[in-house]
Write a protein that binds this ligand. Structure first.
Ligand SMILES: *Cc1c(COP(=O)(O)O)cnc(C)c1O
Length: 429
């Protein structure tokens, strides 16, 4: 597989290099040189397969002979150990639930496949993943790399500033997952990570890697659940399928569009955002004008400069699609809450991100179309806002309930790079 840097097409890398590096020169994103296409018959055959077998074929179509089909399948099998079911919400709308993984959000799919891919391409080199988190990404990274050989993970988080339940989710694992509660805020944690990456001696001594969210392997994994959704629909629902994607950094939507480039017959996509509506405004006016980021109930989408957008533009350009064909809408917090109540009254328990995608879909779905919205997080992940909005209690899923009683294994540290450096250098394999 060959990929090029969107900021400098002369930088070309293999899949292994793209996975290891994450970003190219000048912070440019990597994009596949060839976009594999399946014929209608091949799509039909793929739809007959189970989730893991089908996903391995989709990923191998991209990766080619750089990694053997058996190795790809083993990575996928290790990564995708939970289902992505489509649930019916109304006669013409369903939801693809992507939150049945260990950290209850769709990021488990991309994160876990990236972890597997990294182990695969690292060969026998040892890698230390260092990352700062204000909650969610830390949990996804920790669970994705848990128990993997030759990899250890060090996660910094602001002491006392993440929810107790979130802390339990990733600070109770042990083994190759090391968590440090930093006496400071999230910015202090990020500054420490940056110090570490600027320290060349440290970097090569411990094999530092960021496993960042922009890694192409994440997006490739996410393509697979669009096929999985389609496989679960009946012939009528497949005919005029519209998919609404709650978007922040626009990785999920990029993956959906890539599924379409491969030949999956999706009529159109809807980009749904919260008040951070840079993309919907851009699609209306043609002017790219990010505002300051505002805090909303759907905080995983509080992004005003979505970092995957250049990949989306590249897809439209490569496929000769009109950007105008991308449907879009933005939903504020008030309407988000009303929509959560509306869904609850229809018997579907939602959370702010999925509710936003439902809202725009419901408002824009046309006669004869079938709509799917992505359920990106489990309602329990946003328990406070869900319970307060719906005025009733919700149950904790077993992934969270199980961990709630385990002891925290975190270290404590002041925001002092010399201390962190010493800690990293002394870590055993
Ligand atoms: C990350 C996230 C999103 C946004 O996904 P992008 O790929 O960044 O657009 C939506 N919902 C939830 C729950 C998330 O965690």
């Amino acid at each position: 597989m060959k990929l090029y840097n969107l900021k400098d097409h002369s930088e070309q890398v293999s899949f292994a290099q793209a996975v290891r590096q994450g970003l190219g020169r000048g912070q440019g994103l990597f994009f596949p040189q060839d976009l594999p296409k399946f014929s209608a018959t091949e799509i039909e055959q793929l739809l007959q397969l189970n989730f893991v077998d089908r996903s391995a074929k989709i990923l191998s179509a991209f990766i080619g002979d750089e990694i053997s089909a058996e190795d790809v399948k083993r990575c996928v099998g290790n990564a995708f150990q939970f289902p992505a079911p489509v649930k019916s919400v109304e006669s013409d709308i369903g939801t693809l639930e992507l939150f049945h993984g260990p950290t209850l959000a769709f990021k488990d799919f991309g994160g876990r496949f990236m972890a597997q891919a990294l182990v695969q391409v690292a060969k026998d080199n040892k890698i230390t993943i260092l990352t700062a988190t204000s909650g969610d990404t830390g949990a996804a990274v920790a669970h994705a790399f848990y128990h993997l050989p030759n990899i250890r993970v060090v996660i910094l988080y602001p002491n006392g500033k993440i929810s107790p339940l979130q802390e339990k989710l990733f600070c109770t694992l042990g083994d190759n997952i090391h968590t440090i509660a930093i006496d400071g805020d999230f910015d202090a944690c990020q500054a420490l990570v940056k110090n570490a990456f600027d320290d060349q001696e440290l970097k090569s001594a411990i094999g530092l890697n960021s496993a960042n969210s922009i890694n192409i392997s994440r997006l490739m994994a996410q393509i697979c659940y669009y096929f999985e959704a389609y496989a679960q629909l009946n012939a009528q629902q497949r005919k005029n399928l519209v998919i609404s994607v709650p978007s922040g950094n626009f990785g999920d939507l990029t993956a959906g569009l890539l599924a379409k480039t491969m030949g999956l017959p999706i009529k159109r996509f809807i980009a749904a955002t919260n008040a951070n509506d840079t993309v919907p405004r851009y699609l209306e006016t043609g002017v790219w004008e990010p505002h300051a980021t505002v805090a909303t109930l759907s905080n995983a989408m509080d992004v005003s400069q979505p970092n995957n957008w250049p990949r989306i533009e590249e897809i439209f350009k490569r496929e000769n699609w009109a950007l105008k064909s991308l449907s879009h809408g933005a939903v504020n917090d008030e309407v988000t809450k009303e929509t959560m109540r509306e869904l609850d009254s229809k018997g579907y328990l939602s959370e702010p991100h999925g509710a936003i995608a439902y809202r725009v879909l419901r408002d824009q779905l046309q006669a004869g179309e079938y709509g799917l919205f992505l359920g990106t997080a489990h309602p329990a992940k946003f328990r406070e806002v869900v319970e307060e909005t719906l005025k009733h209690k919700i149950d904790l899923p077993k992934e969270l309930a199980q961990r709630a009683d385990l002891p925290l294994l975190s270290h404590f540290m002041s925001a002092d790079f010399a201390k962190l450096r010493q800690f990293l250098m002394a870590l055993d394999w």
